[in-house]
Design a binder for this molecule. Structure first.
Ligand code: HPA
Ligand code: ZN
Length: 357
C-alpha cells in the first residue's frame, strides 16, 4: 500500500535525517581532550584523585556533576574546565581520556579528529612534558588500532597564562612533538586579552611547520578574528562566530578559504549566544565562509557531533545534501594525510549516493 504524501509524519523525516547523519563519515576539528571526557570518566577521575588539589574539587556523584556542568556564563565554564583539568595527573589518565574519546568518535562515524591539548595546564596538574608526549603517542596508536580513528594534536596555549605560557606551549610542541602533532592553538578567555600579544609564539610555531588554529571571536566581536588572521596567521579559526557582524571580514574568510570551526551547542551552553535559533551559523554559510561543525567539549556540553549536524537540519533547515557539504568542508580543512582526506571524501560521496541524500 502506498503512503499518501500528506501523511508523511515529520518525526519520520527527522529520523531519516538522523540515520543519514549517523552514516555520514565525518571529521571533527575542534574538540578539547579534557572537555571530551564522559561523565563516567570524570567521575572515575574525581574518585581516583579526591584530595590532590584541596578546594578545587569536582563532584563524585553523577547528579552533582550534572549540576556542576550547568554554566552560568563563559568565565564560569572556564573555571569548571580548569578544575576538571586538574584531575588529570598521570600518563595513564591521559591514555584513558584518549581511549574514551576514540570510542565516542567511532560511534559517531568520525574518521579523523584534531584534538586540543593544553600541555602547560597538564604540567600544572602534575604531568611532565615527556610523560604527556609519550601518553599522546600511545593513545593515538590505540585509537587507530582499536577504533579505526585517526587523531591529530593541536597544542593550545591558555590565554590566562599570557605570552610566556604560549612560548612554553610552543616549546612542548616543537621539542616533544608527539606523533600526530599538527597545530598550535590559543584558548581561554578573550575579553581583556589581545590575540596580537601572542604573535611571537605563533610565529615560532609556524616557522617549525605547525598550523595556526587559534580560538577567536567566540565571546567577542570581529576585531579579534581580524587579529587572529593578520597577527597569528590563522589558517582556521576556533568558533569565529563574532565574524558575522562584519561583512568585510566574512568576505576575507570566504576569499582565503579560512574555515570557521563552529560549535553551536557549546555557544549556547556557555551563553556566548542566547539560543540555537539566534546562532549566526546561517549568516556565515550565506556569506560563503567555509564552516565545519564541532562539539568543543562534548562531555561538558552534553552533545556529540551527530547531534550538531542534526540541530543544523532541525533549527536551520539544512538538507541532507547541505549536511554532506559541511562534512566535505571539514575533510578539506583537515590537516590530515592526503590519502585519508581522499578516502573520506570518496566515502561521503558513496553514502550520499547510496541514501539518495
Ligand atoms: N574556548 C576557550 N577555551 C576553552 C574552550 C573554548 O571553547 N574549551 C576549552 N577551553
Ligand atoms: Zn574550544
Amino acid at each position: 500500500m502506498s503512503t499518501p504524501d500528506h501523511a508523511t509524519p515529520t518525526h519520520a523525516a527527522v529520523s531519516d535525517v538522523a540515520d543519514f547523519v549517523a552514516a555520514l563519515p565525518k571529521v571533527e576539528l575542534h574538540l578539547h581532550l579534557v572537555g571530551s571526557a564522559s561523565l563516567d570518566t570524570v567521575l572515575a577521575l574525581a574518585r581516583r584523585h579526591p584530595e590532590v588539589h584541596p578546594g578545587q574539587g569536582v563532584p563524585t556523584e553523577v547528579n552533582a556533576l550534572r549540576r556542576f556542568y550547568a554554566f552560568t556564563d563563559f568565565p564560569h565554564f572556564l573555571e569548571v574546565y580548569r578544575r576538571v583539568n586538574l584531575l588529570v595527573h598521570t600518563g595513564a589518565d591521559v591514555i584513558s581520556l584518549v581511549a574514551g574519546l576514540a570510542a565516542e568518535l567511532a560511534a559517531r562515524t568520525v574518521r579523523y579528529a584534531e584534538v586540543q591539548v593544553t600541555p602547560v595546564r597538564n604540567r600544572m596538574a602534575g604531568i611532565s612534558f615527556a610523560d604527556l608526549a609519550g601518553a599522546l603517542t600511545d593513545g593515538r596508536a590505540l585509537a587507530r588500532q582499536e577504533y579505526g580513528v585517526e587523531l591529530g594534536w593541536v597544542f593550545d596555549a591558555d590565554s590566562a597564562l599570557g605570552p610566556p605560557g604560549a612560548e612554553e606551549t610552543v616549546d612542548f610542541a616543537v621539542n616533544h612533538r608527539p606523533e600526530g602533532t599538527v597545530g598550535i592553538g590559543l584558548g581561554g578567555a578573550e575579553l581583556g586579552v589581545r590575540r596580537a600579544d601572542f604573535a611571537p609564539a605563533f610565529r615560532r610555531a609556524r616557522d617549525a611547520g605547525l598550523h595556526s588554529v587559534p580560538h577567536a571571536g567566540e565571546t567577542v566581536g570581529p576585531a579579534e578574528v581580524w587579529a587572529a588572521v593578520t597577527e597569528l596567521g590563522a589558517e582556521r579559526v576556533g568558533h569565529g562566530i563574532g565574524s558575522a557582524a562584519d561583512p568585510r571580514l566574512l568576505e576575507l574568510l570566504a576569499e582565503r578559504g579560512i574555515t570557521l570551526e563552529v560549535c553551536p551547542t557549546s555557544n549556547v551552553r556557555t551563553a556566548a549566544v542566547s539560543s540555537l535559533e539566534e546562532h549566526p551559523l546561517p549568516t556565515l554559510l550565506a556569506a560563503g565562509v567555509p564552516v565545519t561543525l564541532a562539539t568543543d567539549d562534548p562531555g561538558m556540553f552534553h552533545t556529540d557531533l551527530n547531534a550538531e549536524y542534526l540541530h543544523c537540519h532541525e533549527v536551520f533547515g539544512l538538507s541532507t545534501a547541505e549536511l554532506a557539504d559541511i562534512a566535505r568542508a571539514g575533510a578539506r580543512a583537515a590537516f590530515c594525510p592526503e590519502p585519508l582526506r581522499e578516502a573520506i571524501l570518496a566515502e561521503i560521496d558513496q553514502v550520499q549516493r547510496a541514501t539518495g541524500g
